[in-house]
Ligand binder design. Sequence first.
Ligand code: UN1
Length: 513
Amino acid sequence: ASQFGIDKALRDLGIQDINNGTSTGSSSFGSGEVISSHSPVDGALIAKVNTTTKEDYEKVMEAATASFKTWRTKPAPLRGEIVRQFGEKLREKKEALGKLVSFEMGKSYQEGLGEVQEMIDICDFAVGLSRQLHGLTMHSERPGHRMYEQYHSLGVVGIISAFNFPVAVWAWNTALAWICGDVCVWKPSEKTPLCGVACQNIAAEVFKANDLPEGISCLINGDYKVGEMMTNDTRIPLVSATGSTRMGKNVAQTVAARLGKSLLELGGNNAIIVTPDADIKMTVIGAVFGAVGTAGQRCTSTRRLIIHDSIYDKVKTAILDAYKQLRIGNPLDENNHVGPLIDTDAVTSYKAALTKVVEEGGKIIVEGGVLEGEGYESGCYVKPAIAEAKADYKIVQHETFAPVLYLLKYSGTIENAIDTQNGVAQGLSSAIMTNNLREAEHFLSVAGSDCGIANVNIGTSGAEIGGAFGGEKDTGGGRESGSDAWKVYMRRQTNTINYTTELPLAQGIKFDL
Ligand code: UN1
């Protein structure tokens, strides 16, 4: 791990051999079983983390609920100032944290830095927003009355995040929740617990330096059983969960059964439609980065290309040429484009998808396979693969979290391509490559893409934080990060004030005493 400066990065982030994976700011503890975090880069053990027991969890919730009472009374712009300081710390630690993300999760160092940049960006966004938590004012129907609405802090927000964006997704939630006056309890993926510890250390430093109560930012660790402590907990009004559709359905049902709110950001099955008027060069960049970036492990990764039959061969040849240039290997080495999958279970799913697509009648045109030998000892490196397939194959309908791209053909008008694009259970991200205004606008219209994200002449992945992020159908319907996503972290109150000496009733109702 000393290679590529990992040891130094771990030191800078305060990660030791054993880390207490339960924390309420300055006190870190955790007495549950130990999870070992192995890097998919070289299989090395990075450090061990104690998981959170039921008793540990109770301590966390005590700290969180007590901190909320103080935190919610701080003026929102002051909370913004704390988030500004947190963003500054992230700027200082950008290289170290980007490196840890790359080493523990396996995405390229550039993408690791990009992820930390998303954290910094959402902090900046939240700072501005802390002076703009606006409600509306309305005109009352009664004389001498004033009516308006205001947004109040919600409480303890539970955050369950996935391995693929081990730090940014937490920040999208937490930066907004904090300026809204909420406190957060975070359960990172058990596959990337050290990223969680590193972020918690940075946040704790900022809260401590400002003499704020510990418990505004809390960390818990473990698998879904630890997550269930939060989903069942009536002290948590909002659970924000990122991960598989299966996980999201469990979370949604448990939280809904106690009438809590959930914010779900689940699977995608994202497609790019390539029309006869597409710019082929741009299509190749968008499609290849979308399919192989983060080794196909983004929820926005491009899974399907829906190509018009008149340009099918041309696009296919261009993509095949690009795939020949791909270098697979250590993601910390900036010469490589594609790093490892998260673990060997992911490799198994990848292999199963390739077998399945052939069984269903598909044709592999870029061979996959697991890489072996020097540099590939972790067993997690796979070759990005491409198969020609049909839209209705079961495997094409399914999200495989790996670099497997399906080429689908459409003929006739853009409506046919849109039917195929929408003909899956998921509804996260979508894109069209075209220079034809009619096609582009049709794709964006109500009769077009049914996804939460619809792009023209860029790919499906790499959304900016300024927009609301999330999707429809099996993607869960939640929206995080930019635009007005903050509203879910607050409770809305409508206030009517009577400044007269009469008490007229609404709707003109007469009630004489
Ligand atoms: C995810 O994969 O969970 O749009 C989030 C993107 C990133 C976020 C992906 N900004 O690809």
